[in-house]
Design a protein around this ligand. Structure first.
Ligand code: UT7
Length: 324
């Protein structure tokens, strides 16, 4: 029996506290103008003291379940993408599972940093296609504020906290570009570029959490090339043109990356969902947050063709073609 998966609902959660650029300019040598001009970011949400990735993930998951009209008991797979888990172990996914009151099925984390949601979506989609699960909760959740060096202006202005989630249901029949569902996913990684974007700590190396370090210019160059490449790969694998895509739902790292990638793909920038101004870069949460935002405000409509894409530390990058 062939199967495919359908996204039956989505949801998101942002911590209450909003930090405007001006607040950061009072702490490090930066300015609202520089941040807006170089990144498009105006503000970001920051988790409250004691509010963890699991809290954010659970709130986004609850919103997605409500949006789908599905009871938690139906879930038999939870895949959670994060680079900022509550603990080294157990996986944050298992803590979300417990909060949802579930003791059946499987829950685990996927770690691909900013590409994490695309990776998690691909993993869950393949579990469903293989017949190994029926209803999957896919979450991207991060508290990057906890791994930022708040004295380093080149990184601390770029990131925010948040979470987004989708609920996938298995349906009969192979994926088809004309039918609702996840049509295909495409994943890549290249470990040679670790030093361009990494956290300088970890349980096995320094026994400390560490801080995010990034060679921004290098990452920027790779991002545009890799993202345009993987979007083209997804389009040609399904024999469709960029003109047939209704919405691009990209990872939100920098408005200039969104614009440059759209230009390279000859895509109308009006069809690119952008939330970077209000959310900054929320790593694995950014794609489902952007998706939930555009579904919520009515831009994304059922039946439309979406391309989701992201690139992050590793390097990792990927794309998913979805008929909403
Ligand atoms: O999500 C994972 C993927 N991550 C990304 O995709 C991030 C990709 N990279 C970027 O978005 C951009 O490279 C940045 C936003 C990080 C930086 O923008 P840039 O245009 O590449 O700036 P730059 O790093 O070349 O820095 C230009 C200048 C430097 O000063 P000098 O050397 O020209 O005097 C920096 O020291 O801007 C300075 N600078 C700042 N100035 C004010 C760096 N950060 C700041 C700041 N405020 N926050």
């Amino acid at each position: 029996m062939a199967y495919h998966s359908v996204i039956v609902g989505c949801g998101s959660y942002l911590p209450a506290r909003v930090v405007e650029n001006q607040e950061l300019a009072a702490k490090v040598d930066t300015s609202d103008e520089w941040i807006i001009e170089r990144t498009g970011i105006r503000r970001r949400h920051i988790a409250a003291e004691g509010e963890t990735t699991c809290d954010l993930a659970y709130a986004a998951a609850s919103a997605a379940l409500q949006n789908a009209g599905v009871k938690p008991e139906a879930i038999d797979l939870i895949v959670l993408a994060t680079a900022t888990p509550d603990h080294t172990f157990p996986a944050t996914a298992t803590q979300v599972q417990a909060r949802l009151g579930l003791t059946h099925g499987a829950a685990f984390d996927v770690h691909a940093v900013c590409s994490g949601f695309i990776y998690a979506l691909a993993v869950a989609d393949n579990f469903l296609k293989a017949g190994q699960a029926k209803t999957a909760l896919v979450i991207g959740a991060e508290t990057f504020s906890r791994i930022l060096d708040w004295k380093d202006r080149s990184t601390c202005v770029l990131f925010g906290d948040g979470a987004g989630a989708v609920l996938l249901e298995r349906q009969d029949g192979a994926p088809d570009v004309r039918s609702q569902g996840v049509i295909s996913t495409h994943l890549h990684s290249d470990g040679r570029y670790k030093d361009h974007l990494f956290v300088d700590g970890g349980p096995s190396s320094t026994q400390s959490t560490g801080y995010l370090r990034m060679a921004g210019k290098e990452v920027f160059k790779h991002a545009v090339t890799n993202l345009a490449g993987v979007v083209n790969e997804a389009l040609s694998a399904n024999n469709i043109s960029a003109a047939e895509v209704d919405w691009v739902v990209p990872h939100q790292a920098n408005q200039r990356i969104l614009d440059a990638t759209a230009r390279k793909l000859q895509l109308d920038p009006g069809r690119v969902i952008s939330t970077v101004a209000n959310h900054a870069n929320t790593s694995a949460a950014s794609v489902p947050l952007a998706l939930a935002t555009a579904v919520g405000d009515g831009r994304i409509q059922r039946g439309q063709l979406l391309i989701l894409e992201a690139m992050g530390g590793g390097f990792t990058w990927g794309a998913g073609l979805v008929r909403w």
